[in-house]
Every structure is written in structure tokens, then in C-alpha cells.
Design a protein around this ligand. Structure first.
Ligand SMILES: [Zn+2]
Ligand SMILES: [Zn+2]
Length: 387
């Protein structure tokens, strides 16, 4: 236990006292973001709220960092290992902040504020990175390509979930926009002259539903129809669906891609339509959880007295994150931290409520402390990154 404690008692006290002292500001930040949900790549007010608070506490803030209008980079510290803490703040259509990204943003800002007074003494370069568009698109992949993770020794973040898992895996994901085209006609007067694009979408959806029974474990496909035509008496000439394809690794994703494509193209053949399949955004890779960072974070949670509450059903692999791509390139920590929501889970209205409850606020503050201590552990013992 003592051997894993890579921070001094004084630092532990300082981090704890700072976060508790700033708790009203951090809770207010978290709740303000939750109450004002903005979708991927449009998180202007959330990014500004985070940037303002960091700037107020001595961080040098670059707004619109790396060419992304809703990204920011808040930097502090001149020497030592470079640790990035990611702040997500995008919401979901229809269910708002039901993934609890308000908790992620406030905990990342809180970690920065906790470390600010003694960062030079600790020998740490810290960047709180505002990372747009996790739910769709893949803002972190844009940031990676623009160089935001070059010269970075470790990347850290937390994510609220129903159960604790400090080293979760995640599935690779690819998003498809699928457009069927046919020919409009009067649905009663001349249906024989029409080609029904909605039939193409429905046939494809049904074929995928049948494929599901025969997929490999953890290959997943799910979709919605986003355009099914305009009027019942006009044969739809255009219809559109959106699908997510997920798998444990690149091989399984390639296999799923081929089989899903056959379903959708077969549906076009069957209905006389044409289909156009367009990958959207970036492919998300699985998380490569760094064992040294996970151990440091686990020790940090123990040090602040946070109980560990894993999923009693085991550690299922599900969901996807653009942090996966980051973790494939630099040592990464994506700590899933429990809020008291069960049986509600991420992307349900009840989970959004849990992420502004007393339990959600506690998890946010615990996350701030544990992320700060993990950054200090890296500064104290950079060798933990090679373990
Ligand atoms: Zn989500
Ligand atoms: Zn999320």
C-alpha cells in the first residue's frame, strides 16, 4: 500500500482541502453544464464555463485550441512530465446530459484547480484539455491529428457510470450514414411506377436484425431510421438510416463491416433501390488501459477514502469512446466512477438526474481529487508509466 503512494501526506492534504474548499464552484459548474446541454461540436457555453474558471485560477487558456472552436487547452507548469486531463462536455440529442459529461468536465477542472498552487514545486506540466464531441464525431481524434497529444506523457480522465471500473475496456466503433434512393410516384394512382426507398431501409434493418443472432460475441450493430419519407401518398424516393457498428478489435470490426454491408446492399437489390453507405466521423479504437496509471488511481481513491463499487455482474465490455484512440498512443487512464444510479444507466433520463444528485457531486469531487493525485504520482515517479 505505502509503496503505491507516490505523493506526500502534505500533497494529499492540500489536494483534499483545495477540492473541498472549491466544491461549491465545481458543483455549480457541473450543474450549469448539465442544465444547458449542447450537442457535439457546439459546446460553446460549456467550454467557456470551464475555461473561465481555469483562467481565474492562473491557467493560461487557449480557447478554440487545435483549430476546434469548442476545444480549449489550459496550461500550467514549466517542467516535469506532461499530463493531460481530458474534459468532455457534449450532450446527447433528446436526453441531454444523460452520459454525465458535466461530471467529467467539472472533475477535470477541479483536478486542475487542486494542483494549481503547487504545480511548480511538484515538477509537473499540466494541461486541462477541453475535448468536444465524444458522443459522435470523435473530437479527440481531431485533436490527436492536430498534435494535442504530442509531447504528452500521460492522458487521464474519469467517466461517471453505474459501477466503478478504473481500467475498463471499450469497443471499437464505426458510424454509418445509409441512404437509399428510389423513385417517387403516387402511392395509389401509380404505385407500379414508384421505387420505395423506405422499403430499402426497412429490408436492410430487418436483415441486420437477423444477422445479429449469428454475430461473434461483442460484435454489435444498432441503428435508427432518420428519414422515412414525407407523405404516405407519395412513394418515398429517399430514406436514410444511421447505424453504429461495434466490436472488440479491428479484425472483428472488419468482419462485421463486411457482413453488415451485405445486408444493406442485399436490401437494395431486393427492393430495386440504390444504397449509399458513408462512414461518418472517426473510427473509435478500444481503450488500452495503462496498468501503472490504473494502480496509481486505485491507490488515490483508497487514500481519499472512496469505496470501490464494481459491477456485481462482472466487468462487461461495452460502449465506446474516442479516448480509446488516445490510449493507443499515450499511456491512458479512463476511470469509470460510480454514481448512485442503478438500475438507471448512461443515456437514460434518470442517469442525467443522478449526475447532478448528491452522489453525482460526490463522484465529481472524488474524481477531481483522484485525478490530481494520479498526476502527482506521475510527477513523483515517471517510471510508473513504463510499468
Ligand atoms: Zn455516452
Ligand atoms: Zn460519455
Amino acid at each position: 500500500m505505502a509503496s503505491m503512494t507516490n505523493w506526500t501526506e502534505e500533497q494529499l492534504d492540500a489536494v483534499t482541502t483545495r477540492v473541498e474548499g472549491l466544491a461549491p464552484r465545481l458543483v455549480a459548474l457541473s450543474h450549469a453544464i448539465s442544465a444547458d446541454p449542447e450537442l457535439a461540436y457546439a459546446e460553446h457555453r460549456a467550454a467557456a464555463r470551464c475555461a473561465d474558471l481555469l483562467e481565474e485560477h492562473a491557467f493560461v487558456v487557449e480557447r478554440g485550441a487545435y483549430g476546434q472552436p469548442t476545444a480549449f487547452a489550459a496550461r500550467l507548469g514549466g517542467s516535469g512530465p506532461h499530463v493531460v486531463v481530458c474534459a468532455e462536455y457534449d450532450a446527447l440529442p433528446g436526453v441531454g446530459h444523460a452520459c454525465g459529461h458535466n461530471v467529467i468536465a467539472a472533475s477535470a477542472v477541479g483536478a486542475g484547480l487542486a494542483l494549481a498552487p503547487f504545480i511548480e514545486r511538484a515538477g509537473l506540466r499540466l494541461t486541462i484539455l477541453g475535448t468536444p464531441a465524444e458522443e459522435v464525431g470523435g473530437g479527440k481524434v481531431d485533436l490527436l491529428k492536430a498534435g494535442a497529444f504530442e509531447d504528452v506523457d500521460a492522458a487521464l480522465m474519469m467517466h461517471p457510470t453505474p459501477f466503478d471500473d478504473y481500467a475498463p475496456k471499450a469497443l471499437a466503433i464505426e458510424e454509418w450514414r445509409v441512404v437509399y434512393r428510389g423513385r417517387a410516384s403516387h402511392a395509389s394512382y401509380a404505385p407500379e411506377l414508384g421505387i420505395n426507398a423506405l422499403d430499402g431501409v426497412v429490408q436492410g434493418y430487418t436483415a441486420l436484425a437477423m444477422l445479429r443472432q449469428h454475430l461473434r460475441p461483442l460484435q454489435q450493430v444498432h441503428g435508427v431510421i432518420v428519414d422515412g419519407g414525407a407523405a404516405a401518398n407519395v412513394v418515398p424516393e429517399r430514406a436514410e438510416a444511421s447505424y453504429y457498428l461495434r466490436a472488440v478489435d479491428a479484425d472483428d470490426l472488419a468482419d462485421l463491416r463486411e457482413r453488415a454491408r451485405a445486408c444493406l446492399e442485399g436490401a437494395a437489390t431486393a427492393t430495386g433501390t440504390t444504397v449509399e453507405i458513408t462512414p461518418e466521423g472517426h473510427v473509435y479504437e478500444p481503450i488500452d488501459a495503462h496498468p501503472g496509471l490504473a494502480a496509481a488511481f486505485t491507490a488515490a481513491c483508497a487514500a481519499i477514502g472512496r469505496p470501490y463499487a464494481p459491477d456485481p455482474a462482472g466487468e462487461p465490455i461495452s460502449g465506446s469512446t474516442d479516448f480509446g484512440n488516445v490510449s493507443q498512443l499515450v499511456p491512458g487512464l479512463h476511470a469509470d466512477m460510480a454514481v448512485d444510479s442503478w438500475p438507471a444507466v448512461n443515456h437514460q433520463h434518470e442517469f442525467a438526474a443522478a449526475c447532478v444528485s448528491e452522489s453525482g457531486d460526490r463522484t465529481m469531487l472524488d474524481g477531481a481529487k483522484a485525478l490530481a493525485l494520479t498526476a502527482l504520482a506521475v510527477a513523483e515517479d515517471p517510471a510508473l508509466l513504463s510499468r
